[in-house]
Write a protein that binds this ligand. Sequence first.
Ligand code: OGA
Ligand code: MN
Length: 203
Amino acid sequence: MAQVCNDLTEYGWANFSVFEYLPSELIMELKAEVELLHHNGIMKEAGTGRGADHSRDRSIRRDRIAWLKGDTAAQVSLFRFFERVRVDLNRLLFLGLNRFEAHYASYEPGDFYRQHIDSFKGRRSRIVSVVFYLNDQWQAQDGGALRLYNRDSPDEICGTVLPEAGKMVLFMSEEIPHEVLTAQRTRYSVACWFRQDEVPIPL
Ligand code: OGA
Ligand code: MN
């Protein structure tokens, strides 16, 4: 986690293999869940923006999503893992993260998500983005890579990650422009955000 935090500070993004921290059975269970949701047509077309800004623009993104609610054993294990990550990020980077949200995403062949930023400065909601992948044997010619751009010059590519099972990428939500290149086969991922939201103080 110290290395991840160093990279987040220095470059705004970091990646590592979750197989060091999560059992491969858990990854397989999550993969089975998203496959089922996808094949049963339960995933919903994703939009951009929140609340009144919310719109579905197929020229920007074409994935389908389903929010994780922690209602299966696999999701409970995953949430537990991310709770440890949250505490570590707060301890090492003083980020004050207090919320977590995660959704499955599926991209069919031809689907993409054009360059975007996950959170806009000043809104202080999504602070750290995390994406991890559930696909076996992904090859470069399968497309669907996550491309990350330099936080200071959004034309400059600073990383390309193939969406292979076990790979996890973290980046600063307000800083790092990124995109999902057109997938040539069905692509499954979990996208998560650590947020810093104002919590009403109970009376
Ligand atoms: C997102 C996103 C990247 C990926 O859902 O906001 O950028 O690799 N996902 O799936
Ligand atoms: Mn994104």
